[in-house]
Design a protein around this ligand. Structure first.
Ligand SMILES: Cc1cc2nc3c(=O)[nH]c(=O)nc-3n(C[C@H](O)[C@H](O)[C@H](O)COP(=O)(O)O)c2cc1C
Length: 363
C-alpha cells in the first residue's frame, strides 16, 4: 500500500494530477481537536503553485473541502477526508509522453510497471501535486504537535551551488521559525536568497532547472520516541520524506560530513544542567539508535533538479524502439525546492505525531 503511511494515525493519499480531485483520508486523529482552518490555509498557500516566476504557472487555489471527520471545525473521531478539486488542467500537453518518456520522470518506469494503464496526464499519481494532500495531513499534525510545544520549520539550505546558513544544531531559534513561515522564499540569510533567485532565473532562461537541499528542524521533541533497528525515528522520517517526489537523499545531524571527523569530534558529550540532561553538540541530529534524545531533530533532504525542462532532450519512442528528440510541453517548476519546504515540514510532522501517539502507551 504505497500511498498509505503511519502506525497510529494512518494517512492515505489519493488522486492524480488531472483527475477530478486529489485528497487524503486521515484515520486515528484524536477527537475534540479544534482545527485552525486559517492557519491550515496559510500553510497550504506556501506550497501552492502559480504565484511567482520560480514555480509552475499552473494556477490552483488548493483549498481543501472537508467531506468528513470534522463537525463545526472540531475533529469528531471519524476518519477525516479532505479533497482538493483539480481545476487548471491541460492534459493535451502530456499526450506524447506515453510513447516518449521524459528523462528523470516517472513516465518510463510507470510504463514498465502498469503497462500503459497509468494516468500520464500531469504526471498522474507521481505528480508533485500529490504533496498538496500531504500538506493537509501535515498541516493538521503541525497544529497537534504545537499543542504539545513541538515545533517544526524548514528552510532552503542550498539551491545549486549557493548555500544558506544552516540552523544552529543546538540552539535552533524559535524566532527563525516565525520568520521562515511567513517568508515567500524561506532562507535564513536574505542575501543567499537573492543569489538563489537569480540562479533559478538564469536556469529558467536557459530552458533548464535547478535542485537543492531543504534543512528541517523539530524542537521540543521529547526523548524516547521511535524504536531500534527497522522502525527507528530516522527510518520513519526518511520513509515519508522519500514519498515526496524528486527526493534523492536525506542526512541526519552531521550526516555525510560526520564521516570525515574523528569519534572524539563527532561524539556529542552529555552534560547536566539544572537537573536536565542534554548534549553539548548535536552531531547526532536528535536521534540516537533510532530513538529521539530530546535534542533538536535536524535533517537535510536533497531534491534533484526538476525533470521537465524546456530544452530539447534525447529520449526514445517506446513503440518504435528508436531514438528521438523530446520537446516537453506543459507548465513546470524551474526549481522544486522552494515549494518543497512546506512538504518536508508536513512529512516530518506526520512521522513525529504518529510516534508521539505511540509513546503514550509508555507513560
Ligand atoms: C512540489 C513539487 C513540484 C514538482 N513539480 C514538478 C514539475 O513541475 N515538473 C516535473 O517534471 N517534476 C516536478 N516534480 C518532481 C516529479 O514529480 C518527480 O521528479 C517525478 O515524479 C519522478 O520521481 P522521482 O524524482 O522521485 O524519481 C515536483 C515535485 C514536487 C515535490
Amino acid at each position: 500500500m504505497s500511498s498509505t503511511f503511519g502506525h497510529n494515525i494512518k494517512i492515505s493519499i489519493f488522486g492524480q494530477s488531472h483527475s477530478e480531485a486529489i485528497g487524503v483520508v486521515i484515520d486515528g486523529l484524536p477527537a475534540g481537536f479544534r482545527l485552525d482552518i486559517d492557519e491550515l490555509m496559510r500553510f497550504m498557500a506556501r506550497r501552492a503553485p502559480g504565484k511567482n516566476s520560480y514555480a509552475t504557472p499552473r494556477r490552483e487555489a488548493d483549498i481543501p473541502e472537508f467531506l468528513s471527520g470534522l463537525v463545526d471545525g472540531v475533529t469528531c473521531g471519524a476518519p477525516l477526508c479532505a479533497v482538493i478539486r483539480n481545476k487548471d488542467t491541460r492534459s493535451g500537453d502530456y499526450n506524447n509522453l506515453r510513447d516518449v518518456p521524459r528523462p528523470a520522470h516517472a513516465d518510463y518506469t510507470a510504463q514498465l510497471k502498469y503497462k500503459g494503464a497509468q494516468d500520464i496526464n500531469g504526471g498522474g499519481h507521481f505528480s508533485g501535486r500529490l504533496t498538496a494532500p500531504l500538506c493537509i495531513a501535515g498541516g493538521i499534525c503541525l497544529q497537534l504537535l504545537k499543542k504539545e510545544n513541538i515545533e517544526i520549520a524548514a528552510h532552503i539550505a542550498s539551491i545549486g551551488t549557493i548555500p544558506d546558513r544552516l540552523f544552529h544544531p543546538v540552539d535552533v531559534g524559535r524566532d527563525d521559525f516565525i520568520t521562515l513561515r511567513s517568508a515567500p522564499f524561506p532562507v535564513l540569510e536574505p542575501l543567499s536568497g537573492e543569489k538563489m533567485l537569480a540562479a533559478i532565473e538564469t536556469a529558467k532562461n536557459d530552458g533548464d532547472s535547478l535542485g537543492g537541499v531543504v534543512e528541517c528542524a523539530a524542537i521540543g521533541v521529547p526523548g524516547g520516541l521511535g524504536d531500534p533497528m527497522f522502525d527507528g525515528m530516522e527510518n520513519r522520517i526518511a520513509g515519508i520524506i522519500f514519498g515526496i517526489p524528486a527526493v534523492r537523499g536525506i542526512e541526519f545531524g552531521s550526516g555525510f560530513s560526520g564521516t570525515i571527523l574523528r569519534g572524539s569530534e563527532n561524539n556529542d558529550s552529555f552534560m547536566a544542567k539544572d537537573g536536565i540532561i542534554s548534549t553539548r553538540t548535536n552531531n547526532h541530529g536528535g536521534i540516537l539508535a533510532g530513538i529521539t534524545s530530546g535534542m533538536p531533530i535536524i535533517f537535510r533532504t536533497a531534491f534533484k533538479p526538476t525533470p521537465s525542462i524546456a530544452r530539447e532532450q534525447q529520449s526514445v519512442s517506446l513503440s518504435e524502439k528508436t531514438n528521438v528528440t523530446l520537446a516537453i510541453k506543459g507548465r513546470h517548476d524551474p526549481c522544486i525546492v522552494p515549494r518543497a519546504v512546506p512538504c518536508v515540514e508536513a512529512a516530518s510532522a506526520i512521522a513525529l505525531y504518529d510516534a508521539l501517539l505511540e509513546n503514550n502507551k509508555y507513560k
